[in-house]
Design a protein around this ligand. Structure first.
Ligand code: ZN
Length: 164
């Protein structure tokens, strides 16, 4: 994916009593979706990501709504997600209150982070290929070729949101 880095953050958080340094790169992809890459500096943790299996609070910058999402795997989560109420941006907030519950059972209607489903990604690439074909000047590649290039960038560990 072609990502433009818009912000870099380094933060210390405490999780399970262990101080963890996390580095975050916030970037914007072609579809103007916020993408987040997070790396954890903590050799003691058995998880690769500080937010593994955590309940995480997000707050809308526009309408103020807060929501708790659960990260169902040891994978990255977005720094920002869409607010279902007003379509604004919700930002991950109160990081120190993230609570890790590995066997958490979500509530009906709760949103949950999962690994990127390939079936979704295929359709997403078709949409992006069309956008590139129609909007990128000087692009002479066929739709199929653009799609084929995009599909090679599939990364299962990217976050995807489902609603239970
Ligand atoms: Zn909102």
């Amino acid at each position: 994916m072609i990502n433009v880095v818009i912000r870099k953050i380094v933060k210390d958080i405490k999780k399970d009593g262990i101080l963890t340094k996390i580095k975050i790169t916030v970037s914007l992809n072609l579809m103007k979706q916020i993408v987040l890459e997070r790396s954890v500096k903590n050799m003691e943790s058995k998880y690769k990501h500080a937010e593994a299996y955590c309940l995480m609070k997000y707050k809308c910058e526009k309408c103020g709504k807060t929501e708790i999402l659960w990260n169902s795997r040891d994978g990255v989560t977005p720094f920002m997600i869409k607010c279902e109420k007003c379509d604004g941006h919700m930002q991950h907030t109160d990081w120190n209150e993230d609570k890790r519950i590995v066997n958490y059972i979500p509530k009906i209607g709760q949103r949950v982070f999962i690994d990127m489903p390939f079936d979704y990604y295929k359709i997403y690439c078709r949409v992006r290929a069309k956008m590139i074909k129609e909007n990128v000047e000087g692009n002479t590649d066929t739709l199929q070729k653009i799609y084929n290039n995009l599909i090679t960038e599939y990364n299962k560990k990217e976050p995807y949101i489902i609603k239970i």
